[in-house]
Design a protein around this ligand. Sequence first.
Ligand code: 5AD
Ligand code: SF4
Length: 458
Amino acid sequence: MINKYHSVKPVFNNKLPQLFIETYGCQMNVNDSEVVLSILQDAGYALCEKIEEADLILVNTCSIRDNAEQRIWGRLDHFKVLKKKKKSGLTVGILGCMAERLKDELLNHAGVDLVAGPDSYRDLPRLLAQIRGGDKQINTMLSQEETYADISPVRLDKNGVSAFISIMRGCNNMCTYCVVPYVRGGERSRDPESILREAAELFENGYREVTLLGQNVDSYHWVEESNPTKTTNFAQLLERVALISPQLRVRFSTSHPKDMGDSVIHTMAMYENICKHIHLPVQSGSDNMLAKMNRKYTRKEYLERVKRIHEIIPGCSISTDIIAGFCGETEEDHLQTLSIMKEVGYYTAFMFQYSERPNTKAARHYPDDVPSEVKTRRLNEIIALQNELSLISNQADLGKEFEVLVEGPSKKSDKELCGRNQQNKMCVFPAGEHKIGDFVKIRVTSCSSATLKGIEIK
Ligand code: 5AD
Ligand code: SF4
């Protein structure tokens, strides 16, 4: 049961031991840091905003590509220096995917006192108490059950408008390049009742948008313990969250092309407050690469999904993830990726060079044989094309009307506000009397590849 007196925002109190949290990687990690803060606030810590004031620094890490890990190693050397400076004592803990992957290798670093994997956050108060006894501590046990369902995250977002809700953890897909199933364990879904309570609590606290998070939300599947015939799938969960209030926008991420069925698309079309945006990672446009990546769909099947989305939800935007230079990728494979990007017309994309991750199937079986300069060139071509596609997508919105949820002042001027439309595009418009959390209707008057600019319409 969610505690009535639970604060959704951090409580600052400099009489308590001070905790500083640094988060790297995906949205799931941001939400995990919020779970960790909730656990440690209950254990008597208070969040601080300056790292120099911290008695405890926790770093929530990412292992998805090698450069993400290299950044953390750099930070550890810095923490070693901070530890020397802080006479009253400083504890440094490494959490998350890199903690899970590297275990003792991290613990042995002079800047580190604690290593805790993604399923061991409930154990943090005990581990920290043990450290006060003088020993370094580690817990990297993965779990088949842990979903932190009963813990209300303490929100770390700045604006109080938009929040993440994890609906499941782990991944069973075993894409051959990906380290996630090894560091976050097997897939498990969270009790829908706890998800609904959390979303309702956020709404009552002024939040106007929730994003349901999972590595593959389409495989969400909850079976009632007391009555195994009673199950909830993702489309049903989405509908129940949408019914909390028409004033609460609902988003979700990430969809898997092999699992995204028509029922989810129909549910999106049925509810005005489910945002018309789907993040549908394609990874590559070449059937050879998709098979080698173990994505379990073909280019044709992916395009068929896209067609269904447009048929059922007119005006739905689609974004994607793309990997350049996977093992054995030929020039022809690369051209196939460029061509599928044009065919779909993504409004935005996250684009990466392939980075071999130790112990994945790709690392064990396929040589990482695309030369680094070729990977870079291909990635640059993908990025250049995406910039063109983003501009084309935004130009197609000129003159259209959208509802925007205000997130804050625009980057360039206090006289302008910014926020996203349902399609997840950033919109900027004159502030007028509006404030953060308002829904404002605008008409698009100009655009760049990154932003829509508009004016309010009454
Ligand atoms: N190298 C490069 N990109 C990767 N991703 C996952 N693993 C790797 C890797 N080894 C990308 C995929 C995924 C996104 C979250 O990160 O595109 O969808
Ligand atoms: Fe990794 Fe594939 Fe799971 Fe995504 S679906 S986390 S890419 S294994």
